[in-house]
Structures are given as C-alpha cells and as structure tokens.
Write a protein that binds this ligand. Structure first.
Ligand SMILES: C[S@@+](CC[C@H](N)C(=O)[O-])C[C@H]1O[C@@H](n2cnc3c(N)ncnc32)[C@H](O)[C@@H]1O
Length: 417
C-alpha cells in the first residue's frame, strides 16, 4: 500500500505528532493532520497492525489549522516539527490530551492535563538554543526527513534561537562533516559549534566568528576542544551555571527557571532538609534546592556523565552543603540505602527512571518526589511504580518547552505521609 493515497477522517491525537483514523477497518496514523479533519493521506509505511501516512490534501479543515510559519514544514520535507500547522493554543491542548491519554492507558491515572506556556518566544518560534544540523553528502546542513536518513537542506530554522541562526551554520557548506551542532546561551553572549567529521581527520573549518567556540565530537560522543571555551554560561535567578557543550541544558530560554520553580513548588523543601537531585546534569535543580535547604541542610546530586558532574560541582562550589556524585543513579541509591532523605527530584532521560529506581527511592522514606519528564509514556509507567510503592500522585503539570513539536515537559508531584 505504500505510496497509495486514501481518503479518511482522523479523530484522535496520538503520542508522537500523529492523528489516528481508520481506512477499511485498518488503523492509520496520519501526520500533518488535525483531529476532526478529512484528509487525503499518502501511505508512507505499513505494518501488520497499522499504516502510517502523510496528509497531502486537507478536504475538510479544522478550525485549529494555520499556515505553517516555516517553509520547510510539511509532508516529505524537514522532519523536525510536528505541529506547525496547528495554532499554538491547539498545540498545547493536543499535548495535554496526549499526556492525559498516556497516564490513563499506561497507569490507569485519570487526570486532565493543562499545558502551560513558557515565558519568551510567544509565537512559538526562535526558542531553541541548541540545534543539531545533519549534513548531506554535498556538505549542506539541514534536518532529517521524518523516519528517514535523508537530509532536507535548510537556509534557517524557524524554531532556532536568533543567536543560533546568527552563527551562520546554514550559510556555508560543511564538506567532510556528518553533523554540526549550534549552541547558544539564553542569557550570555556565549556560543559554540560542535562538529562531527566523517573520518578520523578534522577537515578545514568554514569561516566562523572569532568568538565562536569550536569543539569536535568523536564517535561515542566524546568532545575535544578545537578553539575557545568548552561550552556556554547560563544564568538562572542570580546563579551562573557553566554548561559544557556535551552536557544537558534545557533548550527553551524560559524552561530552566520555570522548571526550577515548579520543582520547588512540588517539593516544598524546608531549611535543614536533605534533598536529592537525581540525574542532576549541570546542577540546575540542586542549585535551587540548596538555596531552600540552606547550610543546615544538604543536597546530594547524582549525574553519570563526567563533564556534567564536573560542571555541577563547579557551579555549586560556593555551597559546601551540596555534594555531587558522578555515578549511575541506581548504583548510587544502592549505596545510600540506609540514608534518610526528605525530598527528591528526578529528571531522567527519555527512558525514565524505571521500577527499580522508583522502589529504591521509596525505601529512603522521603516525603515528596518531583518527577521531571520529557516523555509522557515512561512518566506514566514510572508513576505507576511510585504509586505501587506507596506514594500519592498530587499533581501533574505540563510545560510547552518545545513549541511546534510534539514534545512536552511534565512535572509530577508525589507525596506520602
Ligand atoms: C534530562 S537531563 C536533566 C539534567 C538537569 N536536571 C537539568 O535540568 O539541566 C538527564 C541527565 O541525566 C544524566 N543521566 C542519564 N542516565 C543516568 C544515570 N543512569 N545515572 C545518572 N545520571 C544519568 C544525563 O547525563 C543527563 O545529564
């Protein structure tokens, strides 16, 4: 069926930027459509259980439909954004429905989820402070098409922060490279470019501003400084963070501060408390918690990546009641089995914390947990594990940290007597 076109009405939204409809009793996941629309859709792949398709013609349009602000959005073009064709209000509503649906299906949790807008980038554009461009065989930078290795070359990215576009990555060719990542700070004039050469030899670099730091990525992810600083500085509240180019940092300029506040609201730390920041990256939440628990308390961060752990130690070095362990969270919690903890934030990668870490954390007798998640499916699974271990789910907040895409950031609050 691949390549054929079918006429169908799509009903619901599904996780991943899809809408779901049926054709001849077969389930069809359709991109570039909106719930309620009748569309002509071209089948892009087929499995035993369902079809995937791109809406190539809108026969009956949703009132939520808008003209995509980016010329590269649409079937067969850039695969980066999923919801450019929906108003921002509709995008947030759809993401809220997806989170609620995942919570219900996976964990039996019935909640309405409201996705909150973040400050900055009110048109949903110009927010992304880190952008990885793929490079095609001719050296042109662009983005991969959806579910494909093919690169769609672009002149500019509409969701990239203006300072990312100003780095000029798309104004030049990158022969001999497979990938170029552009990084800018949301609060300082710092920026960096991380290049991945095709072979062991580093090809000549195209002209870049003197002030732009350059790093090289090796297979396996290790970074080497070519020129300038190792990363960028970011300021949140009155604290400055050093973030190495390979370390994680929130990509929306409004996210670091909004999520820190949400974590403090969720945990309500008190002076003297012991707080954990698990998967702490460069120490964002540990910094916020350290201010709240004060010198009578303590904050313990855990981060597996050596550079991120070094960043976190450096960023929080003025508060001796903060300690950062470079370790795997599961391994570290096994060592801390007899420790008494009051509150904990977890902010794992997409895979989530998993049942084992949820149970290990429950054994530390902490009264509150804030779970920060960028994947509603693994969040739902893990919330089920926390509830099974005796916690009550108080609240699920969601933030539009990635406008125009299907991604959404959640902060769930768990507590127990
Ligand atoms: C989503 S980031 C969160 C970082 C930080 N909370 C922030 O907001 O900037 C997840 C972090 O977990 C780290 N990580 C991934 N797996 C880990 C593990 N098993 N144990 C410890 N840290 C891990 C990653 O290196 C990354 O820095």
């Amino acid at each position: 069926m691949v390549g054929t076109e079918v006429d169908l009405r799509v009903d619901n939204v599904a996780h991943g930027g899809w809408c779901v409809g049926r054709h001849d009793e077969q389930v069809v996941f359709v991109r570039h459509a909106l719930p309620g629309e009748r569309v002509r859709a071209r089948v892009t792949s087929q499995t035993k259980r369902f079809l995937r398709a791109d809406a190539v013609e809108i026969i009956e349009s949703s009132p939520d439909r808008v003209q995509p602000p980016c010329p590269y959005a649409g079937p067969g073009k850039c695969g980066g954004c999923d919801w450019q064709h929906a108003s921002l209000e509709a995008q947030r509503r759809l993401k809220g429905e997806v989170v609620a649906d995942q919570l219900r299906r996976i964990a039996g949790i019935d909640r309405e989820v409201v996705v909150e807008e973040l400050p900055g980038a009110s048109d949903g554009l110009g927010w992304r402070t880190r952008v990885r461009f793929a490079v095609d065989d001719e050296g042109r930078p662009g983005f991969r098409r959806h579910r494909s290795h093919e690169v769609h070359p672009v002149d500019e990215c509409a969701i990239a922060h203006p300072d990312v576009n100003a780095l000029g990555v798309t104004d030049t060719t990158w022969r001999g490279f497979t990938e170029v990542e552009a990084i800018t700070s949301a609060s300082h004039a710092d920026n960096a470019v991380v290049v991945t050469p095709r072979s062991a030899r580093l090809p000549a670099l195209p002209p870049l501003r003197e002030s732009t730091a350059v790093l090289r990525r090796f297979k396996g992810g290790r970074l080497q400084q070519v020129r300038g600083r190792r990363g960028v500085r970011e300021t949140v509240g009155d604290r400055e963070y050093r973030v190495s180019a390979g370390s994680f940092w929130q990509v929306h300029p409004g996210a670091a501060s909004a999520l820190s506040e949400a974590v403090l609201d969720a945990l309500r730390p008190e002076p003297g408390d012991t707080a954990l920041d698990l998967y702490c990256g460069a120490g964002l939440f540990a910094g916020a918690l350290a201010g709240a628990v004060g010198p009578q308390g303590r904050v313990l961060g855990v981060e597996s990546e050596s550079e991120a752990a070094r960043d976190a130690r450096h960023n929080l070095r003025d508060m001796p009641w903060v300690r950062v362990e470079q370790a795997d969270v599961g391994a570290q919690l096994r060592e801390w089995v007899d420790m008494r903890v009051d509150v904990a934030v977890v902010d794992p990668p997409r895979a989530g914390v998993g049942e084992v870490v949820a149970e290990q954390l429950a054994e530390l007798r902490n009264r509150r947990v804030a779970y920060v998640s960028c994947d509603p499916a693994t969040l739902a699974r893990d919330l089920g594990a926390f509830i099974g271990a005796g916690y009550t789910l108080e609240e699920v907040r969601a933030f539009d940290s990635f406008p125009m895409t299907h991604h959404v950031e959640c902060v769930a609050t768990l507590s127990r007597e």
